[in-house]
Design a protein around this ligand. Structure first.
Ligand code: MOS
Length: 739
């Protein structure tokens, strides 16, 4: 089916079996906590013949390999192969840059003597054991001819360029006359905010086992996007996509860092072909910082002009970010500013600087996650200048249509989220004057931010099969990156066919299954779920015919029985010994062009700041969201609280620091790159309000994964200001900046 009209009333609305929305525990939860869910590195196959790879990273950020000596490494115990640019097989050229799907691009390894960033692979050692490979890797001697590089945006702003407009987005937008409107505004904020490099820090490191059977390679790896990974490997190895099988059954966190596949995948596949043995490679925690991607740091100038009664007359948001010298991605942090508030004069821009750093790419809620850190502090600054409550300021600037696209919103309940949140949180107790509340040495403050995240639907396919036991097998190249895909998809199938959850066999994460867009950009549940819904609809029609129902709409699917017209049969009996099959698909259609689709929310934070040391402690946090229908309240709120914790990390802790002399991330481990720990997160609560979005997809759901991060950090920053009267525009807010 194609999304060309609002979804009419359907079996998901009816929810006769009560499974949609139910807080069902993860169906894979037991496997995970008992260690039976096998992640890529744990897949056991042909273990006696498996060889181990270890990546040798460049220790300069820019230059050339003048000489590489592998003699000692090759002679080390157990070593089977040392691959360098001198003996690496021919691969597809990098890119192309303008590829519509940048995660499907060729990414050749050891392709030349050039070093383009710190941590780029300069050699790959394969040995009988992991320890032997790692030990031999240390014996590879590289002499470099180093050249000067650019490692920071500071000082390189003049080299910034405007990114190309693509189907995914335009670099700039203009409405009305921003400069005039801003110049004439009675009350203004003109402030620049900076956000640092963010690392994905997934629990499961990137890992691969590659093995060949004839001319076909099977790659077990940790990939969010199975089909993109298949194409990326095929174009790198210069083989047909059907000669590549990608398998990712369980994934220990993605967050955008597993949208592409990296050196571990490509090199394991190449080495395995040469050795005719399975090759297994994992990145070390330290290697993950340079061998994979990160979120670019940003410099964001926000200009808000308002009338004295708090109506915005001009909104401007300019974002500068950076990417690798050889890439073209940018952090689209100004994009949400096109949608969020009403104002007649508007300007948003993005500029990008190419630096000699590893590739910067999608990191949880690319764009909004850091765009909202800037915009929502600016709104707080404006509210203070106007002497208006921050929530009231948003109320006065609530648009009735998308302010730049001039199309209606599919659903938008931002005001309701704010109202409900303010009541639950006790916002009325907030003192507007900063530094007014004290408990002993602690200064206490409350902060607010809006949440917004774009909603996406992508083309997706699904195949299902019903057997005579009434067990339904679902197959899709969809992934579960820890978010609950196995569970919510099982709920959809069980609800549609009236089967108990245990009778759904959900098989995901294999490129041999029907193509999906995978998990990314919060589009997973909507896209794969809608394809599954379509397949179930088709199977229901077959079952209704088999039962001999006069009117398909009257057929009931419950408790494993199919019933209509006083007739009833078990679903397994109808499937018979040959079983029944159905396929389904969703095409994104044009509803996203006709209706502006976003998830919304309101974040509230309370912090305490030590007046002597500047130490900031989060005390409590609440997020109230609307994201269409919720498939499983438990997995959805888990995702939202996880995202809010990301927001806390980006406000208070996370900061990958580039050494401007050497072009590498100094703090490349989880000891030095601090992500929130339990002690950093006290009371935190996420609430989803009721909503159905019939313009989004047949399930009437929206993405929930990334919404919770958007704005969360700004609420914390605004609370710090309210506590102390110190406005910190340089994230993260650390104690040295408070004092
Ligand atoms: Mo997301 S940044 O596509 O996991």
């Amino acid at each position: 089916m194609e999304m060309t009209a609002p979804s009419g009333r359907n079996p998901i609305d009816d929810n006769r079996n009560g499974l949609i929305g139910k807080s069902i525990d993860r169906v894979d939860g037991r496997l995970k906590v008992t260690g039976q869910a096998t992640y890529a590195y744990e897949v056991q196959q042909d273990t006696a013949r498996t060889a181990y790879g270890f990546i040798v990273e460049a220790t300069i950020a820019k230059g050339r390999i003048a000489d590489i000596d592998t003699t000692s490494a090759e002679g080390a115990p157990g070593v089977l192969m040392v691959m360098t640019h001198k003996n690496a097989p021919r691969q597809g050229a990098w890119g192309p840059l303008e590829a519509p799907n940048r995660f499907a691009r060729a990414s050749p390894q050891l392709a030349s003597d050039q070093v383009r960033y710190y941590g780029e692979t300069v050699a790959f050692v394969v040995a009988e054991s992991f320890e032997q490979a790692r030990s031999a890797a240390k014996q590879v001697r590289v002499r470099y001819a180093q050249s000067a590089g650019d490692y920071e945006m500071a000082g390189n702003e003049a080299k910034a360029t405007k990114p190309a407009d693509t189907e995914q987005g335009k670099a700039d937008s203009h409405v009305g006359n921003f400069e005039q409107g801003f110049a004439a505004a009675a009350v203004k904020v003109d402030a620049t905010y900076t956000t640092p490099v963010h690392i994905h820090a997934q629990m499961e490191p990137h890992a691969t086992i590659a093995s060949w059977d004839g001319d076909r390679v099977t790659v077990h790896c940790s990939a969010q996007l199975i089909d993109s990974a298949q194409k990326a490997v095929a174009s790198t190895l210069q083989i047909a996509p059907d000669k590549v099988r990608i398998v990712s059954r369980y994934i220990g966190g993605g967050f955008g860092g597993k949208l592409p596949v990296y050196a571990d995948v490509m090199l394991s596949a190449l080495a395995s072909r040469q050795l005719q043995r399975p090759v297994k490679t994992a990145l070390t925690r330290q290697q993950m910082f340079h061998v994979t991607t990160h979120r670019s740091d940003t410099v964001q100038r926000v200009r808000l002009g308002a009338s004295a009664d708090g109506k915005l007359v001009a909104i401007g948001h300019d974002t500068l970010s950076n990417t690798a010298r050889f890439d073209n991605n940018y952090e689209n942090a100004s994009t949400q500013t096109r949608t969020l508030y009403a104002a007649p004069n508007r300007l948003t821009t993005h500029r990008v600087v190419q630096l000699d750093l590893p590739i910067s790419d999608s990191t949880r809620a690319p764009g909004e996650a850091v765009g909202m850190l800037a915009l929502e502090q600016a709104m707080d600054e404006l509210a203070e200048k106007l002497g208006i409550d921050p929530i009231e300021l948003r109320v006065r600037n609530e648009p009735t249509m998308d302010p730049e696209l001039n199309i209606p919103f599919s659903t938008r309940q931002l005001l309701r989220c704010m109202k409900e949140g303010a009541e639950r949180f006790g916002w009325a107790r907030r003192q507007a004057r900063p530094g007014s509340v004290r408990e002993g040495r602690w200064q206490i403050g409350m902060g607010f931010s809006t949440a917004i995240r774009s909603n996406l639907l992508m083309d997706s396919k699904c195949a299902i099969a019903l057997d005579k036991q009434g067990v339904l097998t679902v197959r899709m190249a969809m992934t579960d990156i820890g978010t609950g895909s196995y569970t919510v998809l099982s709920q959809i199938a069980a609800e549609m066919l009236g089967l108990p959850m245990e009778r759904i066999r959900m098989e995901l994460g294999d490129s041999d299954f029907p193509e999906t867009p995978g998990s990314g950009g919060s589009w997973g549940a909507a896209s794969a779920g809608s394809a599954l819904y379509d397949a179930c609809t088709n199977l229901r029609a077959q079952l209704a015919r088999k039962l001999g129902a006069t009117n398909a709409a009257d057929v009931r699917f419950a408790d494993g029985q199919v019933s209509a017209d006083g007739k009833s049969a078990s679903i397994g009996a109808l499937a018979g010994t040959v079983g029944m099959k159905a396929e389904g698909q969703i095409k994104k259609g044009d509803m996203a062009k006709k209706f502006s689709q976003q998830g919304y929310g309101a974040h509230f934070a309370e912090v305490a700041v030590d007046m002597d040391t500047g130490e900031i402690r989060l005390r409590r946090m609440l997020g109230v969201f609307t994201a269409g229908r919720i498939l499983n309240m438990k997995t959805a709120t888990s995702q939202a609280t996880g995202a809010m914790i990301w927001g806390v990390g980006s406000a208070l802790h996370e900061d990958a620091v580039v050494d401007p002399r050497y072009g590498y991330f100094v703090n490349h481990d989880l000891g030095e790159y601090h992500v929130p720990a339990h002690a950093d997160i006290p009371a935190i609560e996420a609430v989803f309000l009721e909503e159905v979005d019939d313009k989004a997809n047949p399930l009437k759901i929206k993405g929930v994964g990334e919404l919770g991060i958007c704005g969360a950090g700004a609420a914390v920053a605004n609370a710090v200001y309210n506590a102390t009267g110190v406005r910190i525009r340089e994230y993260p807010l650390t104690l040295d900046k408070v004092l």
